[in-house]
Design a protein around this ligand. Structure first.
Ligand code: NAG
Ligand code: NAG
Ligand code: NAG
Ligand code: NAG
Length: 664
């Protein structure tokens, strides 16, 4: 090998490295899209296979899909074969991504939609497919720059609002404002708007409207008015309503479903890699070269920073610690001297109180029990690390207090208690409609994915269970008690070194039996949670009349017998989305597979929950292992429904220090 000149291998390594870096960044962003909503393709005009029309259509779709890599939310194209083409074979097509979608979500949606729609409409010449993130449309007629409000599609939520008449009026007024705003947008410019309005002190109305940009402002306004006018007939008094047509769509809900403009600090807010245009050999060379150079710079810079960081680390850490520190007097005042009235619950780590700071902010205060022997320096360091874990589906750690032998953790207050508070009570369970349940499942999965893959630390929760899932005012799930092994320190005073962290019923077999845990043990616990949410039954106290079957085998039996809907919580009645129930059950059963290697990763779970396209293999009969009934009963009594009760948790010296958290 010639020295002095970098070898091919060297360049290849750099290329692979830089690609890895790029994909590492975007991997978690590729949210599972598209989310199918509806489609329409009248069978009145069809084409036959292997005709110029079909080949034009295929070209068109490939073209649209490839052009979605450019950062545009709308694109139109025409395909007509140059040689044999008669006018009749021309295909016109377009896509429109929802205005708040990032380019990579848009691209994924268009790519998925082009594949999906031709499956749903295999021979139809005219089709429109609506997806949550984008719309795809094609036709044998010229469809650009003209308004089409037909065919239209309606969709509504199952839950009712409290004052339907006043609500409907508010929806109309807010939507009309939006329509007026969009009517002033020029032809060719982006026509997308969102608007919030206050309904009650606790409920906000969120609305969204969008037209294809090729319309004039006046046409957009007309289209929106037609859609808005049909809202009362489909969606009156419902918490969610949606009307979509080929040229425009309107949607509202009582919880946020779009990126609220200027909302900062959302850990999930997508980053925006630049799309590629046409790729020539020259571009490839330039790209490879520049990637390699940046990779080199990156590596050099990284090593340099690593060295610097070691020196700077202590300084930063000090600053962080200070900003997180609460003094004891503040906490005492906030909790009214830890009064019993403010007591939310008691867990293995100590008692939890509700508090209100002098600025009105509500907090949850966890007063750690005295047996924690961890040094204050370690304690502070761990708190700083855990406080950095911020995600909308995690309960946020706001700070700590370390004074007078007291160790206290301060969390954001989550108002709606925990998931088991709802699941365990037949009356309260009725408040959990299917869409809420599905939202909870998706939220939990996202929160864990963040802990597993996206946060700066890799965190295995190890005690996921219904009582650790708190619910905010919109019933969004927030996972609590993550990172506790580190914060709490290892309790070596009670000689329980071989006890296992976690809760029976949620623990994977390899963990319960051999103490082995990994990311896949959290996946297992999620699977149990999903099955509980679907069935409305808690695994550890699962009990059918005349039957003592375990929830897992019960779920599996229904799956095997192809009666999956019978697993569904009877309080849901007929109000559920069949596809989502079956998908959830499929995923849930997959997560509880005996062999950890057979369980999906959290990324796959999140992807599958959001997509019609990912297909998991069929699950095998899940693992379940025998427990005595007394053990079951004891455990289920322990599962209480307050902020961060964790009675069933204890740590062994070995486990807690090995893998709970480790830096990337
Ligand atoms: C077209 O759809 C109608 C119902 O929508 C159906 O009755 C008819 O058989 C279909 N025609 C063809 C050719 O598939
Ligand atoms: C996208 O559209 C342009 C025309 O605007 C076309 O030249 C190109 O081939 C299309 N595909 C890609 C990959 O850019
Ligand atoms: C896109 O639509 C515009 C009208 O809005 C039309 O003039 C143009 O030709 C279309 N582009 C393609 C590639 O069909
Ligand atoms: C909502 O209201 C309608 C009619 O007012 C009623 O039929 C339906 O059962 C209600 N749905 C729920 C989930 O309460």
């Amino acid at each position: 090998m010639i020295m002095g000149e970098p070898s091919i291998n060297f360049w290849m390594t750099l290329l692979v490295l830089s690609l890895l870096i790029v994909s590492f960044h975007s991997r978690s962003r590729i949210e599972a899209v598209p989310t199918y909503s509806d489609h329409s393709c009248p069978n009145t005009s069809t084409f036959t296979i292997n005709t110029p029309y079909q080949s034009n259509l295929n070209h068109l779709l490939a073209y649209l899909s490839s052009n979605a890599t450019r950062d545009i939310e709308f694109y139109n194209a025409t395909a007509s074969a140059t040689t044999t083409g008669s006018v009749d074979d021309t295909v016109y097509g377009l896509y429109l991504c929802r205005g708040d979608m990032s380019p990579d979500v848009c691209r994924a949606c268009v790519a998925g939609a082009t594949k999906d729609l031709i499956v749903r409409c295999p021979v139809e010449k005219v089709a429109v497919g609506w997806y949550e993130e984008c719309m795809l449309r094609y036709s044998n007629r010229y469809i650009f720059s003209s308004m089409a409000s037909d065919p239209s599609d309606y969709n509504w939520g199952l839950l009712n609002v409290s004052e339907p008449d006043r609500f409907d009026q508010l929806v109309q007024a807010t939507m009309n404002d939006l329509a007026t705003k969009l009517s002033n947008v020029n032809t060719g410019a982006k026509k997308f708007g969102t608007k919030e309005a206050t309904f009650t002190a606790f409920e906000t109305l969120y609305t969204l409207a969008q037209c294809t940009p090729d319309l004039s402002g006046a046409d957009c306004y007309r289209c929106l008015k037609i859609a808005i006018a049909s809202l009362p007939s489909c969606c009156s008094g419902k918490q969610l309503g949606l009307v979509q047509s080929p040229s425009c769509n309107v949607k509202y809900a009582v919880s946020p479903f779009y990126q609220i403009p200027n909302e900062q600090l959302d850990p999930e807010s997508p980053i925006t890699p630049k799309g590629k245009g046409q790729i020539s050999l020259q571009t490839i060379v330039v790209v490879v070269a520049s990637i390699s150079v940046s990779a080199m710079l990156f590596v050099t810079g990284y090593c340099y920073l690593r060295r610097k960081q070691k020196k700077k680390y202590n300084v930063n850490q000090e600053e962080n610690v200070e900003s997180l520190q609460f003094d004891f007097a503040t906490i005492e005042a906030a909790t009214d001297k830890f009064s019993d009235d403010n007591r939310l619950g008691e867990g293995g780590f100590g008692v939890v109180y509700k508090g209100i700071l002098s600025n009105g902010q509500e907090i949850a205060v966890k007063r750690l029990s005295q047996s924690s022997r961890q040094g204050s320096k370690e304690f502070k360091n761990e708190v700083v690390m855990v406080a950095k874990l911020q995600h909308r589906n995690l309960v946020r750690l706001l700070g700590f207090c370390l004074e007078k032998e007291e160790k206290i953790l301060v969390y954001e207050f989550v108002p709606n208690k925990s998931l088991d508070y709802f699941l365990c009570d037949p009356k309260r369970r009725e408040q959990l409609g299917w869409s809420t349940r599905y939202k909870i499942i998706k939220g939990i999965a996202r929160g864990i994915l963040y802990l597993h893959e996206d946060s700066r630390l890799k965190v295995i929760h190890r005690d996921l269970k219904a009582s650790n899932i708190l619910l905010d005012q919109d019933m969004n799930p927030k996972i609590s008690d993550f990172g506790m092994a580190k914060i709490f320190g290892v309790n070596q005073t009670q000689g329980n070194t071989n006890r296992i962290v976690g809760t029976f019923g949620y623990m994977s077999p390899e963990y319960a039996m051999f103490g082995q845990f990994s990311l896949k043990s959290d996946v297992y616990s999620l699977g149990v949670l999903i099955l509980e949410i679907i069935s409305g039954q808690k695994n550890s106290s699962f009990c059918q009349e005349n039957s003592t079957e375990d929830l897992l085998s019960y779920a599996w039996k229904h799956w095997r017998d192809e009666t999956p809907l019978e697993l569904l919580d009877p309080t849901l009645g007929d109000s559920y989305a069949r596809d989502e129930v079956i998908r959830s059950l499929h995923i849930g059963l997959h997560c509880v597979q005996d062999n950890p290697a057979d369980r999906p990763t959290m990324a796959t779970v999140v992807l599958t929950l959001n997509s019609d396209f990912v297909t998991l293999p069929l699950p095998q009969r899940p693992a379940y292992f025998f427990r005595s009934r007394t053990e079951d009963n004891k455990r289920s009594n322990e599962l209480e429904s307050n902020q961060s009760t964790s009675k069933s948790i204890s740590y062994s010296a070995n486990e807690a220090s090995i893998t709970e958290l480790y830096p990337r």
